[in-house]
Design a protein around this ligand. Structure first.
Ligand code: THU
Length: 165
């Protein structure tokens, strides 16, 4: 049987979970507060789902982003990519150290951690590879647990890399 030739590959990832915002280290609370402010200014009239992201750079600057929607739906952009492209454009030589993400539905209480979508993970991965160092990611809803990943790579196994181009 061909099955005998097949090898199973298991992919594992490790995440840390904080019970809530108050358990986060003070510096991360402060970064998350920037993400919350960004979230509350999101332009999300269509989905009514607000997302905010804040990135701490190694020059101590904080760059924020929120989702920006469009009547032509695919023309909008997620908060994480808005933030990461803004950081890349404004501080092209700075390293991104940490990213905080928070999301809030306008129709229900978002009490679970909301991870970045697949397209955002691929985009963030590009900058980890470019700067050759990990970006710590924290994500939450409005309240409840906060998930920490030591690096974006933990959230995106089998990412598409430029070495194959
Ligand atoms: N959204 C984000 O901003 N980040 C994500 O990782 C997932 C989704 C936005 C896109 C859209 O404006 C709304 O949330 C609903 O999908």
């Amino acid at each position: 049987m061909n099955d005998k030739l097949m090898k199973e590959v298991k992919i594992e990832t490790t995440l840390e979970v904080y019970e809530d915002f108050n358990e986060l280290p003070k510096a991360i609370q402060s970064l998350m507060n920037s993400a919350i402010a960004a979230r509350d200014n999101a332009y999300a009239p269509y989905s009514k789902f607000n997302v905010g992201a804040a990135i701490l750079l190694d020059n101590n600057e904080i760059v924020i982003g929120s989702n920006q929607e469009n009547a032509c739906f695919p023309s909008g952009l997620c908060a994480e990519r808005t933030a990461i492209f803004y950081a890349g454009a404004k501080y092209p030589n700075a390293k991104m150290l940490k990213m905080a993400i928070t999301a809030s539905s306008q129709s229900q209480v978002t009490d679970q951690p909301i991870p970045p979508c697949g397209a955002c993970r691929q985009s963030i991965a590009e900058y980890e590879i470019k700067q050759d160092s990990a970006i710590e990611i924290y994500f939450m809803g409005v309240k409840g647990k906060v998930v920490k990943s030591e690096s974006l790579a933990n959230l995106l196994p089998l990412l598409f890399e430029s070495s194959v181009l």
